[in-house]
Ligand binder design. Structure first.
Ligand code: SIN
Length: 479
């Protein structure tokens, strides 16, 4: 099932390191074990930090053009191994192979984007005179230092490349801790980077079942200078508390509760297509997934009927089977969480407008694409991130009402607007309290765009021009 040569050991200081303990990685579509990987503990975390610190000065001093060349080589290597990596993503995470190929393109794209950014770094900086004319003010950038990168299971490649690309371009060394469910893609990525010429110690990868045991000694060590985390707001807050003790630079890409607004003047086909992607991309297991779909009264019946038809026609199965459009959920815990949210809403009076099918007699963690409406006021589905293939449809009459609903959440990551009126599109997008808004489109993610949220959805941006700045300090010299 897994390619021969798939790395399964820790990657520290440019070497593969076995551990006494290992843990199994399973295929969520059938529960079968794919292989066992090394299980890092606190001692490995500190060995990785030693390696990252030992490599830090040389990597920071490596000419930016050389760092760019290495990232470019890694970009090409990822695309050259597209099929193998996509298959691995599907096997350990579950998404349909077509989406996994899309993730390889998206993930590799961060290396290309940051290679270009690294190449331009030497041009950044300022030269001027202080207003009194007494002396000069020179500014330059330098890498923030050894960085801990913690990635989730939903995009096993792209969340790694988004962080590693920016860190390496800026001249930082890194320790990557991938999610316990999906370490294989991260370990393969380490191998790709090694082959592309990344020197030993610049990137270190720790697969582990002991997230706290690995991250806590790192966060407590003054040599670590940066934490970048993608995951839930709950865990993000705990990590922020720990990071505060060492006054670490932090980038936090946390939970969402994205609203998708469909106005009467929207093109119906575009709105249905956009809502499908915003809801079902990655099986809904994404922090930018449409969590609440608000539809204006005039288009509500037509939109709901078409959208429900499309949702329930999803083909649920193993992601490697041709024709599958919806894979399994990542594990039993996640499936139970989604099932509980639906059960709670239905108990309170929500109506199920449609439910797709799932494979029978399967050990996989499948959950059917489901459409709900009449969600009760107190249902957890209104406020919690669903992270699954369940669409909740609400209605509104006025634009102001839609905006009030959409912004009534502590989260502020993504939002979507479907309308045929450009003035309305801009007015609503500007009033939506989110870091990102898609207009007449259900995907906003792009390496060239700043990804991130406001309020409890996070701090900082990844990708875009801002992504690299998260790994840079500004140094001022008065002369
Ligand atoms: C996420 O769900 O955490 C990231 C989604 C994306 O990059 O599109």
């Amino acid at each position: 099932m897994i390619e021969a040569g798939q790395p399964t050991e820790l990657f520290i200081g440019g070497d593969w390191l076995p551990t006494e303990r290992t843990f199994p990685v399973a295929d969520p579509a059938n529960g079968r074990q794919l292989c066992a990987v090394a299980d890092a503990g606190p001692e490995h975390a500190l060995a990785a930090l030693d390696a990252a610190c030992a490599a830090a000065a040389d990597w920071a001093a490596t000419p930016a053009a050389r760092r760019a060349d290495i990232l470019r080589t890694a970009y090409e290597a990822l695309l050259g191994r597209r099929e193998e990596i996509a298959r691995l993503i599907t096997l350990e995470m579950g998404k349909p192979i077509a989406e996994a190929r899309g993730e390889v393109d998206y993930g590799a794209g961060f290396f290309r984007w940051f290679a270009d950014g690294a190449g331009r770094l030497h041009l950044d900086g300022g030269y001027g005179h202080e207003p009194g004319g007494q002396y000069r003010i020179l500014t330059a950038h330098r890498p923030v230092g050894p960085s801990l990168l913690i990635t989730p299971w939903n995009f096993p490649l792209a969340m790694g490349t988004r962080k590693i690309g920016a860190a390496l371009a800026a001249g930082c060394t890194a320790i990557l801790k991938p999610a316990e469910q999906t370490p294989l893609t991260a370990l393969l990525l380490a191998d790709v980077l090694r082959e592309a010429g990344v020197p030993g110690g610049v990137v270190n990868v720790l697969s582990t079942t002991d997230a706290a045991g690995v991250t806590e000694p790192l966060l407590a060590d003054p040599r670590l200078r940066k934490l970048s985390f993608t995951g839930s707001t709950r865990v993000g807050k705990l990590l922020l508390e720990k990071a505060a003790r060492g006054v670490l630079r932090t980038s936090m890409e946390l939970g969402g509760n994205a609203a998708l607004l469909v106005f009467d003047d929207a093109d119906l086909d575009t709105a249905v297509e956009g809502a499908m992607v915003a809801k079902l991309r990655n099986g809904g297991e994404s922090c930018v997934a449409a969590n609440r779909i608000y539809v204006q009264s005039g288009i509500r019946a037509a939109f709901t009927e078409r959208f429900t038809e499309r949702m329930t026609a999803s083909v649920c199965g193993h992601g490697l089977e041709p024709g599958t459009t919806l894979g399994p959920m990542i594990d039993e815990r996640q499936r139970t969480k989604v099932a509980d949210l639906v059960a709670d809403a239905v108990r309170g009076g929500a109506r199920v407008l449609g439910e797709g099918t799932v494979p029978q007699d399967s050990e996989g963690f499948f959950y059917p694409a489901t459409v709900l409406t009449d969600i009760p006021q107190d249902a957890a589905l209104r406020t919690e991130e669903i992270f699954g293939p369940v669409a909740a449809i609400y209605s509104f009459d006025e634009e102001t009402e839609a905006l009030a609903y959409a912004n009534d959440t502590p989260f502020g990551l993504a939002s979507y607007v479907f309308t045929g009126d450009v003035s309305r599109a801009m007015r609503v997008a500007e009033a939506l309290d989110t870091g990102m808004t898609g207009i007449n489109r259900g995907v906003v993610s792009n390496p060239a765009a700043p990804f991130g949220g406001v309020k409890e959805s996070g701090l900082g941006r990844e990708g875009g021009g801002q992504g690299i700045e998260e790994y840079l300090e500004t140094k001022y010299i008065g002369l």
